[in-house]
Design a protein around this ligand. Structure first.
Ligand code: SAJ
Length: 423
């Protein structure tokens, strides 16, 4: 089997950049392509524009030894990996525009024997659409959706499934679905991933692999919605939801996730809509889960407003990231809670986020004040814990004495108390 000498990765974001780094660390010459010239320049300087443990050192190493180079436009390679965003439109329809643009940009570089792998989370059928687009642009070459095993260019889908914060480890160790449009496409794609994946490479069809990715995130969304619904039930019955979950999880076949102020990020809160769009009548559970999780910031804000009886009350909101111990504020339910409180003008809002240098523009415009957690707590009547960052766990309980606490993550009111009892 031919060795992989040159691979081009289209899109150097949260997935593409670590993939460039890992491939280059295995001795493959990697060309990272991005439409953003700042990203291209920073990678060529050996720098990273995203926060991910250990990525900076690896990028610096592979750029300085010449194995990774960034460019604004694709160049010929043995394989092209497409890792570009697939957002949803305002009416919750999948937008595969960036995938098709990436296809258009690589088409002129393709030659017989090349492999194209799509990694972006995509609605079922996207890989086949990509193959059809490439065929239209390159009538001199044959593609597997028409030519099957005889195709000149091989096309496959293989979704990433890495967790932000653990990307470099999970890229290597997770199992991977590899769905080719033809058997040869699957096998070639599997051989590419074998250059760095220690997990199992499981061959399937492109369509099954597309749905597998969406299913993983929809499954998690439904399970978080269950925990959030339970939180609402417990609040009505005046019970501690974290205690109920912890005890239920002692059952050998029960494993409930954790409630919180909602589901953020750009994966779990988005991907279920790709399935809903394809099968609206069959996805009642997924649609309910989306509604439950989307509604959480409003319930949390309502709880805070109920606690804020006096008009001149000060409210400390701790954490703005979409989950603990990261700096990613995109689609964060914590930001949504702060925004709802600021818009309702319930009092003075102080927000703390240890992983950010400044407040997002939308919140500063609403008069929210940015300060460190201890200052915010000191000045507040009500303290709302929105993200369970490790820094917040270390806060001395004495600092919280006399404050009304709304702990949306159970960090102080359950987890920390449990750890203290176990010590
Ligand atoms: N959350 C809860 N309760 C929980 C777990 C999570 O409220 O018990 C919330 C988080 O606070 C956050 C959101 O859900 O707001 C999503 O966080 P996450 O850690 O569950 O997931 P992501 O978005 O960081 O990464 C997910 C992962 N998918 C699954 O675990 C099935 C990851 O493996 C995927 O690669 C990633 O989506 C992706 O890129 O699709």
């Amino acid at each position: 089997m031919r060795e992989w000498k040159t691979v081009s990765v289209i899109g150097m974001g949260y997935i593409g950049l670590p993939t460039c780094a890992i491939l280059a660390s295995r001795g493959i010459s990697v060309i990272g392509v991005d439409v953003n010239s700042h990203v291209v320049d920073s990678v060529n300087r050996g720098e990273v524009h995203i926060v991910e443990p250990d990525l900076d050192g690896l990028i610096q190493k592979v750029v300085s030894n010449g194995k990774l180079r960034a460019s604004l436009s694709p160049e010929p390679a043995d394989a092209f990996i497409i890792a570009v965003p697939t957002p949803i439109t305002e009416d919750m329809k999948p937008d595969i525009g960036h995938v098709l643009s990436a296809g258009r940009s690589i088409a002129p570089c393709l030659k017989k024997g090349d492999l194209v792998v799509l990694e972006s989370t995509s609605p079922v059928g996207t890989t086949r659409k990509l193959s059809a687009l490439l065929a239209e642009l390159r009538p001199d070459l044959s593609f597997p959706h028409v030519a099957g095993e005889e195709a000149d260019v091989l096309v496959a889908y293989s979704p990433e499934r890495v967790l932000p914060g653990k990307v470099l480890t999970e890229l290597v160790n997770n199992d991977r679905s590899v769905g080719g449009i033809s058997q040869r496409s699957s096998e070639r794609a599997a051989s590419l991933y074998a250059s760095f994946v220690a997990g199992n490479l499981v061959i399937t069809s492109a369509e099954a692999a597309e749905l597998v990715k969406l299913t993983e995130n929809a499954f998690r969304d439904v399970n978080i919605a269950f925990a959030n619904e339970l939180a609402a039930v417990c609040s009505r019955l005046d019970l501690n939801v974290w205690e109920v979950i912890e005890l239920a999880n002692r059952h050998p076949r029960v494993s409930i996730l954790q409630p919180g102020p909602g589901v953020g990020g750009h994966c779990i809160a988005v991907d279920p809509y790709f399935i809903v769009d394809a099968a609206p009548e069959e996805t009642l559970l997924m649609q309910s889960a989306r509604r439950i999780n989307n509604d959480r910031p409003r319930s949390v804000a309502a709880e805070v407003m109920k606690a804020a009886k006096a008009k001149d009350v000060a409210i400390a909101c701790l954490g703005l990231a979409f989950k603990p111990n990261i700096d990613d504020l995109r689609e964060s339910p914590a930001i949504e809670v702060v925004r709802l409180l600021a818009e309702a003008k319930v009092g003075r809002i102080l927000a703390a986020e240890p992983n950010a240098d400044e407040l997002p523009e939308e919140l500063s415009r609403l008069g929210v004040e940015f300060c460190d957690a201890l200052t915010a707590i000191d000045r507040a009547d009500i303290v709302v814990l929105l993200v369970d960052h490790r820094q917040f766990e270390l806060i001395d309980p004495a600092a919280l004495r006399g404050k009304a606490l709304i702990d949306t993550r159970g960090l102080w009111t359950w987890r920390k108390a449990r750890r203290g009892a176990a010590a």
